[in-house]
Design a protein around this ligand. Structure first.
Ligand code: NAD
Length: 480
């Protein structure tokens, strides 16, 4: 019986996007993929037409209808004015898990690490990619790093379920929780909590800087690497390049309500229109898409033909070498070589196997709220002057029950007992704590802001200082 076609949304993207998408769809068609394509236009052309989101409402409609998106890379104009569409799509559709396998294809593709076979699992919705940025003073801009417990739990569980289903043995979690104790600290804590439910999987944690260095010089020591969004983004380019070429790596962005499949690399404007780009990253992403929509047999057929093409030494320029390759081909001839090998299996590599298996993921269950107490407030001010003068003005303006306890500048304590060597900008954090009781009322903050403003000091924002279940949950000043 001929399988019913699955509707998918396709975007040809920018730069090398159209070339590698054409090659990929050609292979899919020849392999018998049962898909109906809805094409949408996104990216550079849409931005340049004045749409700062890079996507039109009818394109959203298609994505929400098909829930499966095969996407070529797009060019994000740099600087202000527009948002990254990749990030917008991932977040709007709730595609929280970004799965990026990077493996070596030795001895056919040159790499220093022939045994490398690592899967990067990157949290895809949070972290600095919340994209909430503000200029607060003449001298200081800010980007908010948001990490949530549901966000951590979803991605950490995904990583363990992925490891279980794919027979992987070890997960290494990368964070920088020696510095970011609350945000990265939460990610690490949730990792440890969930790990306890999967005793059969070995776990370790690495500070991201040394982890990244190890990925560059000893990638074969890793099995799965799990990381918050920004570190995951960087580590997957490093891993793909170390495996042989950034052009080889595909990725799946998975959520509860849809999935997007795209290469790890970008639109490579430097080689666009030359028919030399490697279509493998997008093709391997499309293979994952076929497995996702229940066409594991076609996924296997294409993946095996692709492995055989690599073994036969038919290589695009990014992986071509005199000693390893037999034929240097462009994008379209590479696709033809894969098509010629449909039905064949690799001779040295293990054949690909897709079982149409879905992971057993339980929806996030919201916990009972903790007991929250208000302990104080940080008021951020725009001020040109020194810390002593500022402290004097604030002490004169202070409201009942709240006392200035500390001033920091870019996180370093500068009052009381600051050092004259510390460089100060025009951005000050002024911490107020109760002078007698242990907790404060919201109304006291309102009256504090009123007196600050009447003292002709300009506040930029506040952060409340809270305890959750009795645990103070805010950072100290550096040097405090
Ligand atoms: P890039 O990944 O496009 O290119 C980096 C280098 O790798 C270039 O030298 C390029 O020629 C090479 N390369 C990339 N893909 C290749 C392939 N398939 N075959 C052979 N060589 C390949 O990164 P970039 O230059 O930093 O970014 C270019 C544009 O892509 C930017 O506008 C960026 O915002 C965008 N981008 C988009 C995505 C996406 O759509 N998912 C991801 C990353 C970057």
């Amino acid at each position: 019986m001929t399988p019913k076609n699955t509707a998918i949304t396709v975007a040809y993207g920018d730069g090398i996007g159209p070339e590698i998408m054409e090659a990929t769809l050609h292979v899919l068609k020849k392999a018998g993929a049962a898909i109906d394509i809805e094409e949408i236009e996104i990216g550079e052309k849409v931005y340049l037409a004045g749409n700062t989101s890079g996507i039109r409402p009818e394109a959203w409609e298609s994505l929400r209808r098909t829930k499966v998106f095969l996407k070529a890379p797009i060019t994000t104009p740099q600087g202000g004015g527009v948002k990254s569409l990749n990030v917008t799509i991932r977040k709007t559709l709730g595609l929280y898990a970004n799965v990026r396998p990077c493996r070596a294809y030795a001895p056919f593709v040159r790499t220093n690490y022939p045994k490398m076979d690592v899967v990067i699992i990157r949290e895809n919705e949070e972290d600095l990619y919340a994209g909430i940025e503000h200029q607060q003073t003449d001298e200081v801009v800010q980007c908010l790093k948001l990490i949530s417990r549901p966000g951590c739990e979803k991605i950490v569980r995904y990583a363990f379920e992925y490891a279980k289903a794919r027979g992987r043995k070890k997960i290494t979690c990368f964070t920088k929780d020696n510095i970011m104790k609350l945000t990265d600290g939460l990610f690490h804590k949730v990792f440890d909590e969930v790990a306890a439910e999967y005793p059969e999987i070995t776990t370790e944690h690495m500070i991201v800087d040394i982890g990244m260095a190890k990925m560059a010089v000893a990638p074969d020591r890793f099995d799965i690497v799990l990381a918050p969004n920004l570190y995951g983004d960087i580590i997957s380019d490093v891993a793909a390049e170390v495996s042989g070429s950034v052009g080889l790596a595909g990725s799946a962005n998975i959520g509860d309500h849809g999935a997007m499949f795209e290469a790890v690399h970008g639109s490579a404007p430097d080689i666009a229109g030359k028919n030399i780009a490697n279509p493998s990253g997008l093709l391997l992403s499309a293979v994952k898409m076929l497995a996702h929509i229940g066409q594991g047999d076609i996924a296997e057929r294409i993946h095996n033909a692709w492995l055989r093409t690599i073994e036969d030494g038919i290589h695009t320029v990014d992986i071509y070498s005199e000693e390893k390759s037999r034929l240097r081909v462009g994008t379209s001839l590479f696709a033809e070589a894969v098509i010629e090998r449909l039905g064949q299996t690799p001779q040295l590599f293990d054949p690909a196997h897709y079982s149409n298996e879905t992971l057993h993921l339980t929806p996030y269950k919201r916990k009972a709220p903790a007991k929250k107490e208000l302990l104080g407030v940080d008021v951020f001010l725009n001020w040109r002057g020194d810390a002593e003068q500022l402290a004097g003005k604030l002490q004169a303006a202070t409201t009942t029950g709240l006392k200035l306890s500390m001033i920091t500048n870019r996180g370093v304590k500068v009052w009381p007992e600051g050092f004259p060597e510390t460089f100060c900008t025009d951005h000050w954090r002024c911490r107020f704590m109760p002078d007698s009781s242990t907790t404060i009322e919201q109304a006291q903050i309102v009256s504090l802001l009123d007196s600050v403003s009447r003292a002709e000091l300009e506040f930029i924002k506040i952060e409340t200082l809270c305890a959750f279940d009795g645990r103070p949950s805010f950072s100290l000043g550096q040097g405090q």
